[in-house]
Ligand binder design. Sequence first.
Ligand code: PAF
Length: 294
Amino acid sequence: MIVARTLAELRAARAAVSGTVGLVPTMGALHDGHRTLLDHARADNDAVVATIFVNPAQFGPNEDFSAYPRTVEADLATFERAGVDIAFTPLTAEVYPPGFQTTVEVEHVSQGLEGGRRPGHFKGVATVVAKLFNMAQPTTAYFGQKDAQQVVVIRRMAADLNFPTDIAVIPTQREADGLALSSRNRYLTPAECAAAPVIYRALTAAGEMYAAGERHPDALRATMQAVLASEPLGRVDYVSLADPVTLRELDTPTDAPMLASLTVQIGQPRLLDNALFPLHLNTRAGLTQTLGKT
Ligand code: PAF
């Protein structure tokens, strides 16, 4: 595995590989969810580029960029085991050199859900992902379902700016109790860890109602709220049922797919999770065809 720390090193290593290239962009602190993205990229492509860059532009002034977990040596070992060909671990000045003043903003789909709570977050994400696409020139880039709004924003950005890169959406990896894997789970106490699967139970309960024929977004939202209310350690931030392409909140029944998203604070971390309804769409093929389709 080549470890490129500068853009010049990345470009030289990229120029030496031929065939299809899979890109797995990460901010490090890798868990099995990232490992699954790497495995898909490895299985699909002739070469794999994976990046570790804690992107300051996607952190708000009240979000602690400096406290984000940094585990670069362990992450590089994970890349190596997953068969990554090129690891890119740039310094901030390499990505945002002095004088940098160009950004990418995807207007509508960046505004609600996480974008409403974290102003500027998706501008930071879209900008760095556009730059990583230009730097690594991937055939396909791999993103996790767990950050569903991020997927929608990146797909829109890639289509709008004519990037020749396919976006693959990989299903959320879960603990046996349903808790979605996340770098933030490390901040849960044992009691909070036991409480956190309520999020998955809420999604599943509404998904089963949908399977039984319920199509009214209010009824499905109410079910998720009721399940979440049964857990005293959880503080619900939002419960959303939205169109999986526009991310507009749904208020009338529809047979078209729906994206259910939940954000719940349990202890220190804000935990995110989501599912497409009908539940059978939560596969790589179903997610890739449905989420943010342009
Ligand atoms: O999902 C993430 O880890 C980040 O948002 C990404 C895509 C690597 C951009 O910094």
